[in-house]
Design a protein around this ligand. Structure first.
Ligand code: GLC
Length: 820
C-alpha cells in the first residue's frame, strides 16, 4: 500500500495520503447534473453539457497543489487566536494527523484530522436532482473549547467553458452574483452570466445560518489578488466577509457558516449545497435539505440504487483483486462510462467538438446494461436515432440537442469520402446484448427515426429496431474494397489510422462477422429461418475472404491501403502487427483453429508486456500524413505501440474461446489496476478503475497510465471477466455456463440475478481444468447441455463440476471452423 487500500466490506477505496501522483477522482451525479470529485475535494460540475453548461472552474492542467473548482476552509478560534484549516488538504497543504478519502459509489467521503479538529465531509448528488450536497461534520478533538466557522468555497466558470478561457474581457464583464434570502436564517448566493439572469442560475447555500459571504475572488484573496488561496486575506483577517454582490469579475461563492462554540469532544453538522436551478425552485431545494433527515434519506436512496445495481453479478473466487474489481469497481466504472461516454473526465473536457460517440456508447451499453437496463435502453434509442437511412451512422451526438455530426471526420463528410466504417456495426452487438439480458423482444418492433439533419424530427423516416440492425449489416456488405474487405472510411475503431481513399479494414470485417453471428443467433431464436440462413451465408463469405487475403503467415494483417499494400504485415518496418486483427478474427468466428492459436501466439510473442498487451508494434517513428493521427504520437504512446487497454479484454475473450484459461487470466491480472496498488508511483493513475492507456515498452516511461475512467476498457473487461472467464453469459434462451478459468482455481461462486430470478452458481474444479463442464444440476436436478433455461422468478442453486468431459460448451472456434 502506498496511497491507499481497498475496503471491500464497505465497497470503497480509501486514499490515506492526498498527495497521489495525479489527482484521483470519482464521479457523482449524472450528466444531467454532476461531474467529478477529486481526492482533495475539488469538483468539476456541469449540468447537461460539460462544454456549454459548465458550473465550476476546474482546470486539470494546473498543478495538483492548486485547489480546483470547490474547496472548504475552517476558521477556528481557540486560545491561540484565529487559525485557518483546509480539511481537504488543498489549498493550504497543512500536515494532517489523519487523512481518508473514501472513494464510494457515487459519493466521496473525506475525513481529516488536523490540529485537533476532525472534519468529515460526504459529497454526493441526490438521485435525479441538480444539487451537490456536502454533508459536513466537525468534531473538536482538543481539550479546550473552540469556536468554528465552516467556509465552503466555489470558483465558478462561465457556462461556456471555452469562452471562459478565450475571452478575458467579455466573460468577467458578464458574470454577476446576488444574495437571495431563503428565510430569516438562510440565503442562497446566486451566480450567473448576465444573459442567463432569467434562466437557471448557479447557487451556493447551506442548511446553517450564513453570517457573511463573498462573491468576488479579488476581494476574497485580498491585496489586489496577491493574497493566495492558501491564505485568503479576507478570511485570515478573522473579520466577516464583505457581503459584496459582484456585478462583474471572477465570480466565486464563499459562505461563512458559524457552528458556534464546540466544547471538547462536541460535533456539529451543516450541509452545503451547490446547485443550478430556476430561481423559484432554489427555495424548495434549499428548504428540503435544510432538513438533515432529507439528506440522510437521499444518501440511502443512492445506496439502494447501488446495492441493486451491483447485486446482478457477485462473485467469490480465489483472487481478491479480481473480486474487488468485478463486484464493485468495474461495474461502477461501466455505469459511469455509459452515462458520461467520453464527455467529462480529467482528460476529456467535453469542450468543442466532442459529443457522445456512436461506437463508444454502443460498447458502453454492453457493460452497463445488466445493472441499469432501463438506462441502457434509453441510450440505445438515442443511438438508433442517429443512424442514417442508408444504415451507416453519425459518429456522435450532443445529448442536450440530439444533434449529430461526424466528429473529426466532419470535414470529410461532403467529399464523397466515407466517414467511419465501423460505427453502425456496433449497434448490432449492443442491441443483441440488451435482448439477451432482458428478453425484451418488443423492443425489436419499436419504430425509431433515422437521422437526417435536413428534416425535422417528425418528418424523418423511421424503421423498426430490427430493420435498423439489418440495414447496418447490409451497409457493410455493400461497401467493400478491392480485396472484398469492408472499407475503412476515415477510420474504424482505431480512430487515428486514417488512410486515404478506398482503404480496407480487417477490423470492420470482423466486427461485421461478430454482428452476423449475433444476428444468426437472434434469428434462430425468433424463428426467422430464412434470414438466419442468409446471414450464415454472409458470414461464410466474409470468413472465406478474410482467410484468403488477410492471413500473413503468422498473423492477420490489419489494413489494405488504396494501393493494395497490407499494413500490419511482416513486410512493414513499423506497425507490423496489430492486436485487434488477431483477437477479432477469433471473436468473429473467422479464424480456423490453427490460425486462431497461431495469431494469438504471435500477439503474445510480439506485443505482450508485463503491464498489458500493446495495440501494435513497432511504433511509427515519424509523422506520416498517409497513415494519419497515430504517427503524431511517439513510439510507445497511445495507439502508436502503446498499451491501449481497451484492446486487452478482446485478447482475453479470444483466449477463452480457445479454452486457454491460464492465459486469459494472466492477461486479465496484468492490467488489473488493483494489482498495481503497491507500486503505483509508476502507474500513477487510480488503482480502482481502468485507464485508457499505459505507455508501452518503447517509451522511457513504460508502465505509466493515463486517461482513467472513460474508456471502452471498462465495458469489455467486465464482459471478459463475467461472460468469458467466469463464463456466465446471458443467451436468448437461458444462461450459458461456460467457464474458462485458471487451472489452479479449485472453486468459485457467482450469484447472477437476471430476468427476475436469482441463480447461486457454485463451480467446483476437482481436476484442475481450465475449461469444460462435466455436470450441471439446477436445484438438484441434472441438466443436459450448458444452458440454464430462464426460471420464472425465485432463487435457484446451480452446481457445476468442471472436468475434461466437456459438456455444453457452445460457440467455440473449432465448431465454427468445421461449419465454415
Ligand atoms: C478512444 C475513442 C474510441 C476509439 C479509441 C481507439 O478511446 O474514444 O472511440 O475507438 O480511442 O482509437
Amino acid at each position: 500500500m502506498k496511497y491507499g487500500y481497498f475496503d471491500n466490506d464497505r465497497r470503497e477505496y480509501v486514499i490515506t495520503d492526498p498527495r497521489t501522483p495525479v489527482k484521483w477522482v470519482n464521479y457523482i451525479g449524472s450528466l444531467a447534473f454532476g461531474g467529478i470529485v477529486d481526492q482533495t475535494g475539488g469538483s468539476l460540475l456541469c449540468a447537461g453539457d460539460p462544454g456549454l453548461n459548465r458550473i465550476t472552474k476546474y482546470i486539470p492542467q494546473l498543478p495538483a497543489s492548486d485547489f480546483k473548482g470547490t474547496t472548504l476552509y475552517l476558521r477556528v478560534r481557540g486560545k491561540d487566536g484565529v487559525e485557518l484549516i483546509s480539511p481537504f488538504f488543498t489549498p493550504r497543504l497543512d500536515a494532517f494527523d489523519l487523512y481518508e478519502c473514501r472513494v464510494g459509489l457515487s459519493y466521496q467521503t473525506i475525513v481529516s484530522e488536523i490540529r485537533g479538529i476532525r472534519t468529515e465531509v460526504t459529497i454526493f448528488v441526490p438521485t435525479g436532482e441538480s444539487v451537490e450536497l456536502r454533508d459536513i461534520r466537525v468534531t473538536n478533538l482538543r481539550d479546550d473549547e473552540v469556536d468554528v466557522e465552516v467556509v465552503p468555497v466555489v470558483e465558478y466558470s462561465h457556462f461556456d467553458a471555452l469562452k471562459q478561457f478565450a475571452n478575458a474581457d467579455w466573460v468577467p464583464q458578464t458574470m454577476m452574483s446576488e444574495a437571495l434570502p431563503i428565510d430569516a436564517d438562510h440565503l442562497a448566493l446566486l451566480q450567473y452570466p448576465f444573459l442567463r439572469k432569467d434562466g437557471a442560475v448557479n447557487y451556493l447555500s447551506a442548511s446553517g445560518a450564513v453570517s457573511s459571504f463573498e462573491s468576488d475572488r479579488k476581494i476574497f484573496l485580498g491585496g489586489n489578488e496577491y493574497g493566495t488561496w492558501r491564505e485568503p486575506l479576507a478570511l485570515a483577517s478573522g473579520h466577516p466577509l464583505s457581503c459584496y454582490e459582484a456585478r462583474r469579475g471572477d465570480n466565486i461563492g464563499a459562505l461563512v457558516l458559524p457552528l458556534g462554540t464546540l466544547q471538547s469532544g462536541a460535533e456539529e453538522r451543516v450541509v452545503a449545497m451547490l446547485g443550478q436551478a430556476e430561481r423559484d425552485e432554489i427555495r424548495t431545494t434549499v428548504t428540503k435539505y435544510c432538513n438533515h433527515h432529507e439528506v440522510d434519506a437521499a444518501f440511502e436512496r443512492l445506496a439502494d440504487f447501488w446495492s441493486a445495481n451491483l447485486s446482478v453479478f457477485e462473485c467469490r473466487t480465489p483472487d481478491p483483486d479480481f473480486d474487488a474489481m468485478v463486484n464493485v469497481h468495474n461495474p461502477r466504472q461501466c455505469y459511469m462510462t455509459m452515462n458520461w461516454s467520453r464527455y467529462l473526465s480529467l482528460y476529456q473536457l467535453g469542450i468543442g467538438t466532442r459529443g457522445l460517440g456512436f461506437r463508444d456508447s454502443s460498447q458502453d451499453v454492453m457493460g452497463g446494461l445488466s445493472g441499469a437496463p432501463g438506462e441502457a435502453k434509453e441510450l440505445l434509442r438515442k443511438l438508433l436515432s442517429i443512424q442514417k437511412p442508408d444504415g451507416s451512422a453519425m459518429h456522435q451526438f450532443y445529448p442536450a440537442t440530439m444533434e449529430a455530426d461526424c466528429g473529426d471526420a466532419e470535414e470529410e463528410k461532403d467529399n464523397g469520402k466515407l466517414v467511419y466504417g465501423d460505427d453502425h456495426l456496433w449497434i448490432v452487438s449492443a442491441v443483441c446484448a440488451y435482448l439477451k439480458e432482458t428478453g425484451d423482444r418488443d423492443f425489436l418492433d419499436e419504430k425509431i427515426t433515422y437521422y437526417d439533419a435536413s428534416l425535422s424530427i417528425d418528418g424523418r423516416p423511421d424503421g423498426t429496431v430490427m430493420e435498423h440492425l439489418c440495414k447496418a449489416l447490409a451497409w457493410t456488405k455493400e461497401n467493400v474494397g478491392d480485396h472484398g474487405i469492408p472499407l475503412l472510411g476515415f477510420a474504424d475503431w482505431n480512430d487515428c489510422v486514417n488512410l486515404p481513399g478506398k482503404a480496407e479494414s480487417m477490423f470492420n470485417a470482423c466486427l461485421y462477422g461478430l454482428g452476423l453471428r449475433e444476428m444468426i443467433e437472434l434469428c434462430e431464436h425468433l424463428g426467422h429461418d430464412d434470414l438466419a440462413e442468409r446471414y450464415r451465408g454472409d458470414h461464410a463469405d466474409m470468413r472465406q475472404q478474410v482467410n484468403e487475403v488477410a492471413w500473413d503467415g503468422d498473423w492477420y494483417v490489419r489494413y489494405f491501403t488504396e494501393q493494395g499494400e497490407a499494413l500490419g504485415s511482416r513486410n512493414n518496418a513499423h506497425g507490423a502487427i496489430y492486436t485487434n486483427a488477431q483477437s477479432w478474427a477469433v471473436m468473429a468466428g473467422f479464424a480456423p483453429e490453427e490460425r486462431a492459436s497461431r495469431a494469438l501466439d504471435s500477439v503474445r510473442e510480439k506485443l505482450n508486456t508485463p503491464f498489458g498487451i500493446k495495440l501494435s508494434g513497432p511504433g511509427y517513428n515519424q509523422y506520416d500524413p498517409e497513415i494519419g493521427g497515430v504517427t503524431t504520437y511517439p513510439p510507445g504512446a497511445k495507439e502508436n505501440g502503446g498499451i491501449f487497454l481497451h484492446s486487452n479484454p478482446w485478447v482475453m475473450i479470444a483466449e477463452t474461446m480457445l479454452g486457454r484459461g491460464d492465459r486469459a487470466f494472466e492477461y486479465y491480472s496484468q492490467i488489473n489496476p488493483a494489482k498495481r496498488n503497491d507500486d503505483i508511483d509508476l502507474f500513477e493513475v487510480e488503482p480502482y478503475c481502468y485507464p485508457q492507456n499505459i505507455l508501452g515498452d518503447e517509451h522511457p516511461q513504460f508502465g505509466l497510465g493515463r486517461n482513467s475512467w472513460l474508456s471502452g476498457t471498462a465495458s469489455w473487461t467486465y464482459q471478459a471477466a463475467t461472460k468469458f472467464i467466469l463464463g456466465i453469459r446471458p443467451g436468448h434462451d437461458g444462461l450459458v455456463v461456460d467457464p474458462c478459468v485458471p487451472s489452479s482455481w479449485d472453486r468459485f461462486e457467482v450469484t447472477r440475478r437476471i430476468r427476475g430470478a436469482s441463480y447461486r452458481i457454485v463451480v467446483e474444479n476437482p481436476q484442475g481444468v481450465s475449461r469444460g463442464v462435466a455436470s450441471i444440476t439446477v436445484d438438484g436436478k441434472a441438466l443436459d447441455g450448458g444452458v440454464i433455461p430462464y426460471c420464472d422468478g425465485g432463487e435457484h442453486l446451480v452446481e457445476i463440476t468442471m472436468g475434461e468431459e466437456s459438456h455444453g460448451v457452445v460457440e467455440d472456434v473449432t465448431e465454427l471452423a468445421a461449419a465454415g
